[in-house]
Design a protein around this ligand. Structure first.
Ligand code: CTP
Ligand code: MG
Length: 335
């Protein structure tokens, strides 16, 4: 009887596929947006090169990792080798350069956790945050983009999860919930764990790409065109996976003992990382290991109040997908 109920439940969830895919389609940015971003990047680089001829600008974050929705701000990293200037001085100088070129709302935030210059380009209306020498973010952006090329279901799942997280206001690190980056890592981990697996673990395969950044060795298999069939044995639909994702985080994840690690392709123990107790502000109530900065827990922003909110939202989402009469609307109802 139980088995029959499970099959019926899965059948009902699978019926949501067209609706979820149309939500996904509506979130994808149009091609011309990408072109505008490239153009802005080139014109900013030109300005920067007048001052620092060898400096380079790289796009990272959602505009480059393929998990960005329409009208996102762009995250840019300035790669520069200027031993005479501190990071703050570089940012102040950058702000000067942009200000004199009529870019708008130019602001140097030198005391932020990641210090940046903010600006808005009045021609395209695009806003950017520019940081200095944060090259690990450029490399983790490539890792995410490479994962997205392996199986379409990752991009679909992550878009829908990010859309849900924004609607439900659980994508606000300053309020103790998770970053978009953390949600994408959770999606990758989840698809690595399916049986059969939908994603491989690129960092455990032969390294075809390797770079050392800030003394951290980053290496992984990046010939992902060869892996386009990797998940083909798994026929789970995007709707079923979405439900299973929330169900996992609502009812199956072991919050007391487990760390999710896309680096190692599975679960590792909190004990092995010494993440069992609060150290400073890191409470480790939900543990998501950064793929390269492995001492970083992306869940460190979560506190004893926000962990409750998060877990209730995971339960709400799983239950809606299973029992609600209009799940694709109720799921995203604004909080
Ligand atoms: N990042 C990081 N470590 C973090 C948070 C972010 O390295 N703790 C880097 C990642 O390269 C990530 C980028 O900063 O891709 C931007 O992070 P975030 O704003 O969380 O994600 P976006 O993909 O830009 O999402 P959104 O669409 O919400 O802007
Ligand atoms: Mg961003």
């Amino acid at each position: 009887r139980l088995r029959r109920r499970l099959v019926e439940c899965r059948y009902a969830i699978d019926k949501l596929v067209p609706h979820l895919l149309s939500i996904y389609q509506s979130l994808i940015p149009p091609e011309e947006e990408k072109a505008k971003q490239k153009q802005l990047l080139l014109s900013l680089e030109k300005l920067v090169n007048k001052q620092w001829p060898k400096a380079q600008l790289h796009i990272y974050g959602s505009c480059a990792n393929s998990f960005g929705v329409s009208n996102s701000d762009i995250d840019i990293c300035l790669a520069i080798d200027d031993a005479d200037l501190s990071k703050s001085d570089i940012l102040l100088k950058l702000a000067d350069i942009f200000q004199s070129d009529n870019l708008q709302n130019v602001q140097a935030l030198t005391h932020a956790r990641v210090p940046i210059v903010k600006l808005m380009d009045p021609i395209s209306g695009i806003s950017c945050d520019i940081c200095v020498n944060n090259l690990l973010a450029v490399v983790n952006t490539k890792l995410l983009r490479d994962y997205a090329k392996i199986d379409d279901r990752l991009r679909q799942l992550a878009f829908i999860v990010k859309h849900w997280a924004k609607s439900r206001r659980v994508n606000e690190t300053y309020r103790g919930t998770l970053s978009s980056y953390a949600y994408v890592l959770m999606c990758i981990h989840f698809l690595q764990q399916r049986k059969p697996a939908i994603l491989p673990c690129l960092q455990q395969m032969e390294a075809t790409y390797a770079i050392t950044v800030d003394n951290t060795k980053c290496a992984f298999f990046d010939r992902v065109e060869m892996l386009r069939d990797f998940g083909a044995h798994n026929k789970e639909s995007i709707a079923y996976l979405l439900w299973a994702f929330f169900h996992y985080w609502a009812y199956c994840h072991d919050y007391t003992n487990d760390v999710i690690s896309i680096r190692n392709g599975g679960i590792i123990s909190k004990r092995s990382k010494d993440w069992t107790r609060r150290i400073g502000n890191d409470r480790h109530l939900i543990c998501i290991e950064d793929p390269f900065e492995i001492e970083h827990d992306l869940g460190r922003v979560v506190d004893k109040f926000s962990i409750k909110i998060l877990r209730e939202e995971f339960e709400r989402a799983a239950d809606i997908l299973q029992f609600d009469s209009n799940p694709c609307v109720t799921l995203f109802e604004p909080y």
